[in-house]
Design a protein around this ligand. Structure first.
Ligand code: PLP
Length: 366
């Protein structure tokens, strides 16, 4: 007998999620461009709704009825096919644990969101990575990696940390190529940043196909990351299964009220999208101008850019140099990704500052 509790072997294999840093090594404040938060904050209407929403002594509506109905009206979805989560991350855990367990495989792309590995392992399943193509999700590689043990496939579109985006035709080809008993989870955390004309068709698949779950969040373009509210939609059967597993009161009073009000202020989301598109294009051209120093951007449809350092200046040195100058970004030490630094698109001033530091670092590198 062990002399203390022993976690299950699949839990022992989990490395805790590493969030983007908010301060420098010495604790001093920095411009935080490490967690893909909205530099414009959130809707002023949602902020104004907060004081009335706080009822600390009362449980929230466990079914988030008002919010699900509002989302249903806005997206043309039966609210019975909508589940709310404490962030969309909770729903990814639920989906993996409901449909995969020990002996099963959960499949995702190389350079996918780092949470997917944790999600698979927590379910007891084996995480399987299909190789990426040009830092993006490769549908052929994913389909080739499907085995009779594959139960869940996770795809973020746009993908984090690379920013790459699969068009509608590729999402459709992935879905058609999967066995009917495999759940395809399409994580749309950044979809509000994509030009609506480039719809990837995921919401329509989730509405019409029994094996597709689309997840959305209020954390990014809505600017409510701290409130922890996300949602998912799929078949009534899948949503009913996930509802059995979620926390009974998983979305707080405050989060429900703020998200509900934020839905009345979609002008804020549209403003955030336009702001991001404009500042991102300008930042990308500033980085591309440093191509002679080996810098380039992976094409991004999200509110961040993965900058690759393939010359004398390394990804790690760029990350450290930016941190020293007061800009906290995200560097992944993982082999294959360690040439890249993921930089959240902040304000115009932030990004001009980052571009200036990158130029100085690149010119000084030997
Ligand atoms: C930020 C992010 C989420 C959202 O997480 P929440 O739990 O909703 O805050 C989901 N997926 C990806 C790929 C993300 O980057």
């Amino acid at each position: 007998m062990a002399n203390s509790p022993v976690p299950k072997p699949w839990i022992a294999g989990i490395h805790a999620y590493v969030p983007g840093k908010a301060s420098g090594e010495d604790g001093r404040a920095v411009v935080k461009l490490s967690a893909n938060e909205n530099p414009l904050g959130c809707s002023a209407l949602a902020l104004a709704a907060r004081p009335q929403a706080v009822h600390p002594s009362q449980y929230p509506d466990g079914d988030s009825n008002a919010l699900r109905h509002a989302l249903g009206v806005h997206h043309g979805i039966d609210p019975a096919r909508i589940i709310m989560g404490a962030g969309s991350g909770e729903l990814l855990y639920l989906a993996a644990s409901a449909y995969a367990g020990p002996g099963d495989e959960v499949l995702f792309s190389e350079y996918a969101f780092s949470l997917y590995d944790i999600v698979a392992r927590r379910a007891g399943a084996v995480p399987v990575e299909a190789s990426a193509k040009d830092y993006g999700t490769d549908v052929d590689a994913l389909l080739a990696a499907v085995t009779d043990r594959t139960r869940v496939v996770l795809v973020a579109n746009p993908n984090n940390p690379t920013g790459t985006y699969l068009p509608k035709s590729e999402i459709a080809r992935l879905h058609v190529g999967l066995p009917a008993d495999v759940l395809l989870v399409i994580d749309l955390a950044y979809i509000e940043y994509v030009d609506p004309a480039d719809d990837d068709g995921s919401m329509a698949l989730a509405a019409s196909q029994p094996n597709v779950l689309a997840t959305r969040t209020f954390s990014k373009a809505f600017g409510l990351a701290g409130e922890r509210v996300g949602w998912g939609t799929g078949s009534a059967e899948v949503i009913e299964v996930l509802n059995r597993l979620r926390g009974a009161f998983n979305v707080s009073n405050e989060a429900q009220a703020m998200a509900l009000t934020a839905l009345d202020d979609l002008a804020f989301v549209e403003h955030s999208r336009r702001h991001n598109t404009e500042i991102r294009a300008r930042f990308v051209s500033q980085v591309d101008a440093l191509g002679n120093h080996g810098l380039r951007c992976v094409p991004s449809e999200a509110n961040f850019v993965l900058v690759l350092f393939e010359g004398k200046l390394s990804g790690q040195a760029a990350y450290e140099g930016l941190a020293k100058a007061g800009y906290m970004t995200r560097w992944f030490s993982t082999p294959g990704l360690n040439r890249g630094v993921r930089i959240t698109i902040g304000t115009a001033e932030d990004m001009d500052g980052v571009a200036k530091v990158l130029r100085e670092l690149a010119e000084a590198a030997k």
